[in-house]
Design a protein. Structure first.
Length: 321
């Protein structure tokens, strides 16, 4: 039994070494992939805006003055560069920075515990009415603090989506990869939304379009109803509301379909058009396959170790009458 435990421990040690090497390979590959993807997103966004302004709605673009066109184009470039930097930063946060964050959170928890103990002592020598009032005030303050924290997270998506390098288990590495992919999709969606807002403010997209329509255009997926065209553009059709029309026209008119072309960046189309990010994506798939295989072996060995330890624990506590 001792020999079986030692053998399993050796196997687990070997798997942990392989996991450490795979973690470094994963991180290095994602750094290269995100660098290539950031460049591709910047190029594809500018190309999508070009197609929208020159092919989908050329009349709206021509109505802009020369300065207006330059201002709009400069804003698009700034959005593209900012998105490139955001994507590249997803895999660049150091372990030291993560440790500092954990230490700060630990210190904050200690301070909160001390404050809580002091509040309890004060409450014991106060009347019940004062206690209830203070409890309500504290609840309101805590609610406000939570709301402020949520607002801060929303305003600073780049920092909050930076991710630490995992080293514990195949499962934690898989969660890290899932978080990276989720952050990529989130940034691309935000870029589509912000670009559509910019085009609307510039007069390229209809100014009367409500915000929910732009949100839907940014988050919509490809469907059979979409019209084939340039990549990273979405053609949608909505029914116009005749309630805003004059009464004499509203009584006789019917809702008319309104065709809208908006920016909708798609990761699959971006990678397909860029050889660099496509090659790195294939490398990520290969490493993911290794991780799946290693994860199965790791779980199998952990199960074997649990069985051996359970058998040993049974024998150690069993006594014959």
């Amino acid at each position: 039994m001792v020999g079986a435990r030692e053998r399993i421990q050796q196997d687990l040690a070997g798997l942990e070494e392989a996991l450490a090497a795979l973690t470094l390979e994963f991180h290095s590959t994602y750094e290269s992939y995100l660098t290539a993807l950031g460049q591709a997103v910047r190029q594809q966004l500018i190309l999508a805006c070009y197609h929208l302004c020159t092919q989908a709605v050329p009349e709206s673009f021509l109505k802009l003055s020369f300065d207006g066109r330059q201002k709009m184009q400069q804003s698009v470039r700034l959005l593209a560069v900012a998105s490139e930097e955001k994507l590249r930063s997803l895999a660049t946060e150091s372990e030291a920075e993560e440790e500092e964050i954990e230490e700060d959170e630990f210190e904050e928890d200690e301070i909160e515990e001390d404050e809580f103990e002091e509040d309890e002592f004060d409450e014991e020598i106060e009347t019940e009415e004062e206690t209830e009032e203070e409890t309500e005030e504290e609840t309101e303050e805590e609610t406000e603090e939570k709301n402020e924290f949520s607002a801060m997270n929303y305003e600073l998506p780049t920092k909050n989506h930076q991710l630490p390098i995992p080293t514990n288990s195949p499962e934690s590495l898989a969660r890290w990869q899932h978080s990276i992919e989720k952050s990529i999709a989130h940034n691309i969606k935000l870029l589509s939304r912000d670009t559509n807002r910019l085009l609307q403010q510039s007069g390229i997209l209809a100014s009367q379009l409500p915000e929910p329509v732009l949100e839907a255009a940014s988050g919509a997926e490809s469907s059979s109803d979409s019209v084939a065209g340039p990549p990273n553009l979405l053609n949608i059709v909505i029914e116009t509301d005749s309630s805003s029309a004059p009464r004499n026209l509203a009584e006789t008119s019917h809702p008319k379909p309104l065709r809208i072309t908006a920016i909708k960046l798609r990761l699959s189309e971006i990678e397909f058009a860029d050889a660099g990010s496509s090659a790195w994506r294939q490398q990520i798939r290969n490493i993911s396959a290794k991780l799946n295989s290693l994860g199965r072996d790791y779980q199998k060995k952990q199960r074997e170790m649990a069985v051996v330890e359970a058998e040993s624990a049974w024998r150690s506590s069993w006594f014959e009458d």
